[in-house]
Design a protein around this ligand. Sequence first.
Ligand SMILES: [Zn+2]
Length: 302
Amino acid sequence: MSGALRIGMDIGGSKTEAVALDEAGRVVATTRLHTTGGAAGVLDTASSAIAALARETGRATHEFAAVGIGIPGQIDRAAGVVKHAYNIGIDHLPLAARLAERTGLDISLDNDVTAAAIGAAHLMELRGTLAYLNLGTGLSAGLVVDGSPLRGAHGVTGEIGHLPVDPLGRPCPCGQRGCLETVASGSALRTFWPAGGDHPGRVLLSAVDAGDPDAAAAFGHLVRGAASCVRLLVLAMDPHTVVIGGGLRLLGPRLIDGIRATLDTWAADSPFLSELELSGRVQVLAADSPAAAVGAALAGAD
Ligand SMILES: [Zn+2]
């Protein structure tokens, strides 16, 4: 293996995935670690991931060209600071500078969902404009417009999970009511269907099939909420493709078929929507795709 390698990393609430990309953008090494929370824990996790990729590629740490990190929270790319990433125990961390001190490498940060959108466009060879819908514990979107990521003025582009769709709906931790995230997300599933435990997505469909009415209602809310997100993204930015990712996509074809069928039902009632070919734009990220880590590496190289 010769030529410069760059590292991309996806730091999540429970696990961290890191890849080494060659100059052609191909993944040549991958490592997965448990994420240790808190500022010191995240720094240790990131350092360990870089060391593991160095071992796997037979290189010294300083030989990597750059490191791009996708991480939840509000990201100040220019300052290299991550804020309000509460699910990994970070309120405010100058992660780029602190990790650069440890490793001597150039470090850049991106929001994890924006990184996943960049990576999905690359790995799925999608041209034009892409909206990536992350159906995970939370709900948000990453946007790539004509090949370039859209980050916005304050790094909150794509936070559609906090668009209220029901003024009489459930209170949201953000302080509003009836946000999309309170309808279509892993945390919403836990609220609608407490019997599903901490990981309701894993047991939801078997409970639906067993005739659990609460599970069926929760699945219905999830499908309609996710379809609402697709419609919102299409009307807001008219993307060529809407890619569905995040942990809940592992519900599989029944979720995706449900989203497409819901969009088709709405389109049948609306000449306006029927022109937009909503369901035809929906694609699904592959189950084992390292999209966020790959996208972080690509964004770090820019
Ligand atoms: Zn909210």
